[in-house]
Design a protein around this ligand. Sequence first.
Ligand code: ADP
Ligand code: MG
Length: 257
Amino acid sequence: MTAVTLPTTAYGPLNRGRAPLISMNEVSQTFRGGQGVPLTVLDGVSFTLYDGEIVALLGRSGCGKSTLLRVMAGLIEPTGGSVEYRGEPVRGATPGVAMVFQSFALLPWLTVMGNVELGLEGVADQERRRRALDAIDVVGLDGFETAYPKELSGGMRQRAGFARALVREPDVLLMDEPFSALDVLTAENLRTELLELWSAGSFATRAMAIVTHNIEEAVLLADRILVLGDGGIKGELQVRRPRPRDRHAPAFHGLMD
Ligand code: ADP
Ligand code: MG
């Protein structure tokens, strides 16, 4: 497989002046495949996630989207290339980055509260509780603190998944097909709500990347779309300027089309 070099500069001006949050430099990931045949999933991927933007990573099943996201989060160390978070090399899980998973990844033996508090390991009890309640409130799950995952609908489980990520007040939120296990209407509602909450500054995350194989979802949600395939980025589309947000991007007010 050959890496594809991207015309990233074509869209440079839209991100001018924005701080790079996560930079991937020629990142490669080769797994030991079956029968010892190495499987190169990422082959020299380079891109930067900038402050203020929502990027969608679009690609077929099996093309390496989840792998790329896990490398971005520092959950796996790439076999080649490097990842930087705010200009510093990433080593291990990055504290400023949180993830939301397709399968929600809630622990069934813990309540909503217990699951959300997991996002704050090491934080003192009282503060952890207060922040967990805040996050549960933001995602609209107040009243369900003591419910167990099995008592919740899919949409509510994913709300808990979002609360567990947001409770950490991450700079970057990485989402791996967060809506694809939900029915169409629930997915649409959650997606819209996520965008509204973020635009209103209801949570302090500065940039988001969402993995999806749903083109419509990518267009609706993202400012920029990267198409993955054959181990590399096959194309890039700037959908719109990063949206201004009330608290975090005042400099961009008045610059919208
Ligand atoms: P996507 O999220 O786009 O569906 P993944 O990143 O999950 O793709 O996987 C890409 C490829 O890498 C798949 O063929 C998958 O089987 C393989 N893969 C992912 N993780 C591992 C692993 N830990 N060990 C071996 N192969 C893996
Ligand atoms: Mg995946």
